[in-house]
Design a protein around this ligand. Sequence first.
Ligand SMILES: [Zn+2]
Length: 131
Amino acid sequence: MPVSSGPSTFSSGAPLLFAGELALDSGFRCIYCDRYLLESIDSFDLWENDHLEPTSRGGEDNLQNMALSCRLCNKIKRHWVPADLMSLDRAGRIRAAREYVEEGRRRKEAYLDSVKAILRENSELPREPSS
Ligand SMILES: [Zn+2]
């Protein structure tokens, strides 16, 4: 499926044709965390195309194997694949990866909380308002 005219890449290097179709498919939101990637230039800059089966593991560079992702979710998922990858269809692969990414995001949130607590103990951060 050749792309014949216009810019052929986003900054991530993903083919524009893929990016456009993936974006429409997900409403321009990260398929994992639901972040709206057209919200601002900061959000737009996070736009990446995830390979459900990573190319490093033989995944193909086609629409069936790709999903719109923000940079953090894509970074968390990296080369991970579910053990039963080959028995899952596209929707199943997305569901499995979403659970994995959500767990990764929770770990990062916990780590951030611990960093903030340490900084607060050392009076390097103002106390957060108590609720
Ligand atoms: Zn995301």
